[in-house]
Ligand binder design. Structure first.
Ligand code: HEM
Length: 386
């Protein structure tokens, strides 16, 4: 196994020579901010978007040059999937801090189950040469940080501590007992997990179980870890603010050990600068590790781009397990209530009109009966000079 995340001991990969292309039906481009500048000799000198626009093609559209390093291909080949994940309702609710604390903790427990499966699968296959260069649990593992966040945040939900069950009956596909308390609202994730969660877990387990497919776990590492090191930082800052969290408690999932813990909202400018720099270095290390593990194997590169799109899709589906605030009153029920209210308003308007019509008609009749004779008498008496 390679030494843990160190930026110096990585081998240099020669520039690829083949020009094979992977055809993908990825018809949109995204506008991800540019990468953190890399110090690595094996990172492509040409920016991906420039490489594509030079041929008159938008990034991520139609075809990928498989001669490029896998880190570049993964970025380009998942742009459309990233935009979709980023714009899902679940992601928006997380970014806006729109979830109640209990639902947010439930989401962290969902993530814990994913990382538990992924990190177990990576550990089982850590000697796989494709996975080995990026395998560094001390640096990247998220399951322990998630467990700590969940345990801490549960203490902020008073009702959860009194009703905690430590040992519910698990479904057959549960890998391990979680290292955090299980109040009733979390138990269902272990006893009968929602489909998007069990699909994702089963997919990871099936890749991990065979040496012919375990290399594809690299695509899942890429999607989760590089996502956490990128957009996850932004989400972490929002979560911190939304739930009024201080220090590192409750947000260890977003802020990796290697980052200065005074990072984020609490840090001064210098510590923020260093935390950002270290973040960039680790991301570059991860990209170089992927390039090193995959080398020039173009079939593997194509498989990994495909698998990363599957990973994005599984993650986008996973957001659907979040119970959004508006869905606490069931949507169909709300729609029915709104329709009833609208119908009632229309009926009231109609009745109002009828009443006013009747009043007006009645007034006309009364005028005719009582007032008109008086007026007629008065006019004729005037004419007769009385
Ligand atoms: C609100 C949701 C999200 C936001 C705001 C967001 C934002 C970003 C940003 C700004 C970057 C570029 C960072 C950089 O180049 O250094 C990025 C990269 C990335 N994001 Fe997201 N993201 C979101 C959701 C997701 C989700 C749900 C996933 C997958 C689970 C994901 C996976 C990734 C990956 C793998 C990268 C690295 C791309 C690369 O450099 O190869 N993101 N994200």
């Amino acid at each position: 196994m390679l030494p843990p995340c160190p930026f110096a001991n990585l081998s240099i990969i020669q520039p690829p020579t083949s020009t094979s292309k992977l055809h993908l039906n990825l018809s949109s481009s995204s506008s991800s901010p540019p990468d953190t500048p890399s110090f690595s000799p094996n990172t492509p000198s040409e920016k991906p978007s420039e490489a594509f626009s030079a041929r008159g093609k938008l990034p991520g559209e139609h075809e990928l040059e498989l001669s490029q390093p896998v880190s570049t291909l993964l970025k380009l080949g998942t742009q459309r999937a990233h935009v979709k994940a980023e714009h899902s309702a679940g992601a928006a609710a997380l970014v806006q801090g729109g979830l109640g604390l209990e639902e947010y903790v439930r989401w962290l427990a969902v993530l814990w189950r994913i990382y538990d499966a992924l990190e177990l699968g990576l550990a089982e296959n850590s000697t796989n040469p494709v996975l080995a260069p990026t395998y560094d649990p001390a640096l990247l593992a998220r399951a322990p940080a998630l467990a700590e966040d969940i345990s801490y945040l549960l203490t902020l939900i008073p009702s959860s501590s009194s009703t905690t069950t430590q040992n519910p009956t698990y479904s057959s596909n549960a890998t391990s007992l979680p290292p955090f308390p299980l109040p009733p609202f979390l138990q269902e994730l272990f006893t009968s997990p929602p489909e998007p969660l069990s699909n994702y877990i089963n997919h990871i387990k099936s890749l991990a179980s065979s040496s012919s497919s375990s290399s594809k776990l690299l695509a899942h590492s890429y999607v989760r870890y590089l996502g956490d090191l990128s957009g996850g930082q932004f989400i972490g800052a929002r979560v911190k603010k939304s739930y009024d969290l201080r220090g590192e408690e409750g947000t260890k999932f977003y802020y990796f050990e290697f980052q200065n813990r005074s990072n984020g909202a609490d840090g001064d400018d210098e510590s923020k600068f260093h935390a950002k720099k270290r973040l960039g270095e680790v991301k570059d290390w991860f990209r170089r590790g992927m390039d090193e593990g995959v080398g020039e194997d173009q079939v593997l590169k194509a498989n990994l781009v495909e698998e990363a799109n599957i990973a994005f899709s599984l993650n986008t589906d996973l957001f659907s397990v979040i119970r959004l605030p508006s869905s606490s009153t069931s949507q169909p029920q709300m729609a029915t209530q709104q329709k009833q209210a609208k119908d009632e308003t229309t009926m009231a308007d109609k009745l109002n009109s009828i009443v006013w019509f009747l009043v007006a008609a009645g007034a006309g009749v009364l005028l005719n009966i009582y007032v008109q004779p008086v007026v007629t008498d008065w006019v004729s008496s005037k004419r007769n000079g009385i």
